[in-house]
Ligand binder design. Structure first.
Ligand SMILES: Nc1ncnc2c1ncn2[C@@H]1O[C@H](COP(=O)(O)OP(=O)(O)OP(=O)(O)O)[C@@H](O)[C@H]1O
Ligand SMILES: [Mg+2]
Length: 476
């Protein structure tokens, strides 16, 4: 269970936190002062601290400074009743993860807490990349004995002691994020923060402000100064996920950070210097993006100093049995029951599949089979229909007419459902569900979700707003 330490001397605030986080799966401990919070720290080992800036005794800011001396990776969210005060900004410069304005908006508070807890987990969970994972700890490991994966492991090892920038490429679901986290964990900066930013999930106009921060009045809506991720993560590692989707203007600024460690906040003229290690990843073929002038050539060469390419799963089929075993054990451990086994013929069948969604797709299939299998042994009937590989003797993928037929059958079933629930507005309801599904599938990546849905990103954004989808996904 995640542990949250609240430090605030106001009884009202403590009371509302208890109400908000009651039965949320988060264990809440409250302290009345900075001194008390600091004392609790070592014994409690909280995953997240939420602290007021103004308190009797030592200030929130001073408490934050002392906490970060003990643990530079500790996630701290500051609260302030004074939106424009310099204190919130100072807190961010000191490495606070975020800040909240009082009185707080409950959905936003929950969202910030969930984001911070995820970031804290990403930092804490050590990713092991040893190819022969004999350990009983099936938490996070990169599995693979194929030559392609051995090369990946070797490069992670070589990178560990350096500060070099790394570019991780590979199709969707091949494990790019896992590799980025392994580079962090086995590197010199593992005791310092790691912040991940998904460049494709943040609207273009907000990404620069997210990365570099902005000054008050820099653009409409910039009502206060904001500290960006680079400044917040000084000394640590920033993971720029889906960098291939970044706008050209932002690319130019990233290049400057790589060359000189410096940047200006949006709308500001003070040059800020930071020391961050950049690890980037993309599913796009950057060489092609460079040729199409969608990606800066100079930035590409700068990032490409150390390149880790993760081959698609269909090019390393010998890893499939290992991965299947690993996932069976992992899901069994999560459910607290003995792992199911799988028929040899079924594993062979899995080895012949095409796996367009790579390891993520295989992981989902095994998770589903673990739940669905009636017996202790998973057989082919427990698996969903899977795309056969083009170079395997399995039957060809279904032709278009069948898909149309399936679609018609699906629509008939939906209509039946609508008839049984007359109050349901079927079209918007289905549209909303499809959008949520696409966003879950792409982990909130709007560009890819729009592509999956066959609509433009702008249309998707409008629908997300119209159907209030963000709130729903955030509090799930
Ligand atoms: N070699 C591996 N061993 C174990 N698990 C893996 C491996 N590769 C990927 N996974 C798992 O597959 C899922 C997808 O991995 P990850 O998110 O790192 O992929 P990705 O390349 O970043 O995908 P995307 O391009 O869609 O963001 C995760 O749950 C991850 O733990
Ligand atoms: Mg990823």
């Amino acid at each position: 269970m995640d542990k949250l330490l609240l430090i605030d001397d106001e009884a009202d605030v403590q009371y509302s936190f208890r109400r908000i986080f009651d039965q949320s799966g988060i264990e809440l401990t409250a302290a009345n002062s900075g001194e008390e919070g600091l004392k609790l720290l070592a014994g409690l080992k909280p995953d997240l601290v939420i602290m007021d800036v103004r308190m009797g005794g030592i200030s929130g800011l001073e408490t934050l400074r002392r906490m970060r001396q003990v643990d530079a990776k500790l996630m701290v969210i500051m609260m302030t009743a004074y939106g424009t005060t310099q204190t919130a900004i100072e807190a961010m410069k000191l490495g606070a993860y975020d800040y909240l304005l009082k009185p707080f908006d409950v959905p936003r508070l929950k969202q910030i807490v969930l984001n911070a807890l995820k970031a804290a987990r990403d930092m804490k969970q050590v990713v092991s990349y040893q190819p022969l994972l004999e350990s009983e700890d099936y938490d996070v490991g990169i599995i693979g004995r194929s030559e392609g994966m051995q090369n990946v492991f070797k490069t992670i090892g070589q990178l560990a002691s350096s500060n070099a920038t790394a570019l991780i490429t590979g199709e969707s679901g091949t494990g790019k994020e896992l590799v980025a986290r392994a580079i962090y964990h086995h590197g010199k900066r593992s005791g310092l923060p790691f912040l991940a930013i998904n460049c494709a999930a943040i609207p273009e106009n907000l990404l620069e402000s997210e990365l570099f921060g902005h000054e008050k009045g820099a653009f409409t809506g910039a009502t206060a100064q904001r500290i960006g991720k680079f400044e917040q993560c000084d000394g640590g590692t920033v993971f720029l996920d889906e960098i291939g989707d970044m706008a050209l203007t932002t690319q130019a600024k990233i290049l400057r950070v790589l060359q000189s460690g410096s940047f200006e906040r949006v709308g500001g003229n003070q040059t800020i210097k930071v020391d961050v290690r950049i690890v980037a990843a993309t599913h796009r073929a950057l060489e092609q993006a460079v040729a199409a002038r969608e990606f800066r050539e100079d930035l590409f060469y700068r990032l490409n100093v150390v390149r880790i390419h993760i081959p698609p799963l269909r090019e390393r089929r010998e890893d499939i049995p290992l991965l299947v075993n690993y996932f069976l054990k992992k899901f069994a451990q999560a459910q607290g029951c003995p792992p199911k086994s799988i028929a040899a013929a079924t594993v062979e069948m899995l080895q012949r599949c095409h796996w367009p969604g790579n390891v993520r797709e295989l992981e989902n299939v095994i998770q589903r089979a673990t739940v669905m299998a009636k017996g202790d042994v998973i057989v082919a009937a427990d698996l969903p229909p899977l795309a056969a590989s083009a170079n395997s003797p399995a039957p060809p993928a279904p032709a278009a007419p069948d898909e149309t037929k399936d679609m018609a059958a699906l629509s008939r079933a939906l209509f039946q459902w609508a008839r049984e629930n007359p109050s349901l507005k079927i079209l918007p309801a289905v549209e909303r569900e499809l959008i949520i599904q696409a966003l879950l599938e792409t982990k909130g990546n709007q560009a890819r979700a729009a592509k999956l849905l066959g609509i433009t990103r702008a249309t998707l954004r409008k629908r997300v707003e119209k159907f209030h989808i963000k709130q729903e996904l955030a509090i799930q």
